[in-house]
Ligand binder design. Structure first.
Ligand SMILES: C[S@@+](CC[C@H](N)C(=O)[O-])C[C@H]1O[C@@H](n2cnc3c(N)ncnc32)[C@H](O)[C@@H]1O
Length: 326
């Protein structure tokens, strides 16, 4: 396990030299916890690019998730009006606060020592964060689906994850997370970041993306939309016909619609299934795979289902991991 100490021994290998720069103002020893995704971004060029690309105004309140020892936070504090930093590790918070005090920036820093997934975010203008990769999906969904409007989120993500987020309909990597995010936001690729730019280095490379919530969003019930895309992408290589007409799916949908009082009086399971079959035929989507459909086509399919009285619901808690990935 890497230890960061105030004094770095002279024999430290060259690739670990940034440690000196990172920790010269830190008194404490730190054991980084892999389980908390504690990989500190040390390359000043990358840190500067992240801040520049985020286009922060001096009046902005920036939300940072997982500030760690504060390398990015200190730069955000200089560029903004205020930084709200949510960090669950008390040791990191202690270091971060001391560094902010030393630079005379403490008054601009608001720390929330909690799990970002279990905390309601206070109002903010934009997000800039090198997030722990383990919470990427639920965090992005939380930001986009459950947070009051904000301008943008500049996020450092695992490279493969960023690729999936950037995927478009027709790409083999297109997936439910991408479709759910793109309904409400645009995603822009900024740059790749090598694993060597972190201490301790993670096993994977990273990428920076900027997510910008759309101003005009489709008029759709978001809870239903997410349940619907969950069904569509349940097995993204299956045709929609195979997915929606399976006995299990028909029964599950019938039961939900029935319990919720949404099934029309004359309907039984057979009639209900006929409606599903009819919608897929009318849309011409029976033998199409979700991978190939645009967001507009998926919205159209959902509206056709609703028109004949077939509704979808979001099962379980919003933050369920299995509900979020494709
Ligand atoms: C990848 S490090 C980033 C550190 C720092 N932002 C940087 O760029 O050097 C992720 C940080 O998030 C914190 N963290 C992990 N899970 C978290 C959670 N659920 N909520 C808030 N912070 C979390 C870790 O303790 C760690 O400090």
């Amino acid at each position: 396990m890497l230890r960061a100490t105030k004094r770095v021994p002279a024999f430290i290998p060259r690739f670990l030299q940034p440690l000196r720069q990172l920790h010269e103002d830190i008194e404490e020893n730190i054991h980084f916890h892999k389980s908390k995704g504690q990989h500190i971004l040390t390359n000043p060029r990358i840190l500067d690019t992240i801040v520049t690309k985020s286009a922060i105004n001096p009046t902005d309140t920036v939300l940072e998730i997982g500030p760690g020892t504060g390398n990015l936070t200190l730069k955000l504090l200089e560029a903004s009006h205020e930084v709200i930093a949510i960090e669950l590790d008390h040791r990191m918070v202690h270091i971060l606060e001391n560094r902010a005090i030393k630079r005379g920036l403490r008054s601009k820093l608001r720390v929330i020592t909690k799990d970002a997934l279990r905390t309601e975010f206070p109002p903010f203008d934009l997000v800039v964060a090198n997030i722990p990769y383990g919470i990427s999906s639920p965090l992005i969904i939380k930001l986009i689906y459950e947070t009051t409007p904000f301008r943008s989120a500049t996020l450092l993500l695992q490279k493969e994850f960023a690729r999936r987020l950037l995927a478009n309909p027709g790409d083999s990597e297109f997936n439910r997370l991408a479709v759910n995010v793109k309904l409400l936001a645009d995603v822009e690729f900024v740059m790749d970041v090598s694993k060597r730019d972190f201490l301790p280095p993670p096993k994977v490379d990273s990428s920076v993306v900027i997510i910008r919530p759309k101003v005009n969003v489709p008029d759709v019930n978001l809870r239903q939309w997410r349940a619907f895309t969950r069904t569509c992408f349940n097995n993204k290589n299956k045709t929609l016909g195979a997915t929606f007409k399976s006995k299990r799916k028909v029964l599950e949908l019938f039961e939900f619609n029935n319990v919720s009082g949404l099934v029309r009086e004359q309907d039984d399971v057979c009639l209900f299934k006929e409606k599903i079959v009819g919608v897929l035929r009318e849309a011409g989507f029976d033998d199409k795979r979700p991978l190939k459909l645009s967001i507009e086509e998926l919205l159209h399919l959902l509206s056709l289902f609703n028109k004949v009285g077939v509704y979808f619901d979001h099962h379980g808690e919003v933050m369920n991991e299995d509900d979020i990935d494709d």
